[in-house]
Design a protein around this ligand. Structure first.
Ligand code: 4NP
Length: 159
């Protein structure tokens, strides 16, 4: 089982969107028995809360429901359990790197191929358009991550 954790600040916008989008990609690839997916926030502001209504409506327009997800804070144990710990921006990355054993932590957009943008911008204080932009970036990186995981599963050297 390959385990993937998406991490943002609040775990109510970007990382639950990433979780829902990547779950959809993995299901369509028929790999749901081989890949486990979760998300968390570096801060505890929104523990137990569902994703932001704008995040939910954005993924819903693409046929993806994230309504059942609930916010949680990342913990040191996560770095032991997950094979991929994927941060949305440099601030999330820096916060994760303060935890022990964070060697596998990287920026999710390293897997994107249609953009050279390295960070998924925080859409919380903006309008719905920001969430569409987030969706597009996440969808791009999700395809790249799928390719990387396929390589791992077939024993080829991961990127
Ligand atoms: P996220 O967005 O990190 O993508 O979930 C945010 C959610 C909440 C806050 C900031 C960003 N906040 O300040 O409460």
């Amino acid at each position: 089982m390959i385990k993937v954790l998406f991490v943002c600040l609040g775990n109510i916008c970007r990382s639950p969107m990433a979780e829902g989008i990547f779950r959809d990609v993995i299901e369509k690839a028929g790999l749901e028995q081989q890949v486990m997916i979760d998300s968390a926030g570096t801060h505890g502001y929104h523990i137990g809360e569902p994703p932001d209504a704008r995040a939910q409506s954005t993924t819903a327009r693409h046929g993806i429901s994230i309504a059942d997800l609930r916010g949680r804070q990342v913990e040191a144990e996560d770095l032991k359990r997950f094979d991929y710990v994927l941060a949305m921006d440099e601030e999330n990355l820096a916060n994760l790197r303060r935890l022990p054993g964070s060697a596998q932590v990287r920026l999710f957009l390293e897997f994107a191929c249609a953009t050279s943008t390295r960070e998924v911008p925080d859409p919380y204080y903006g309008g719905l358009g920001g969430f569409d932009r987030v969706y597009d970036l996440l969808e791009d990186a999700a395809q790249g991550l799928l390719a990387d995981i396929r390589q791992r599963l077939t024993g080829a050297k991961p990127t």
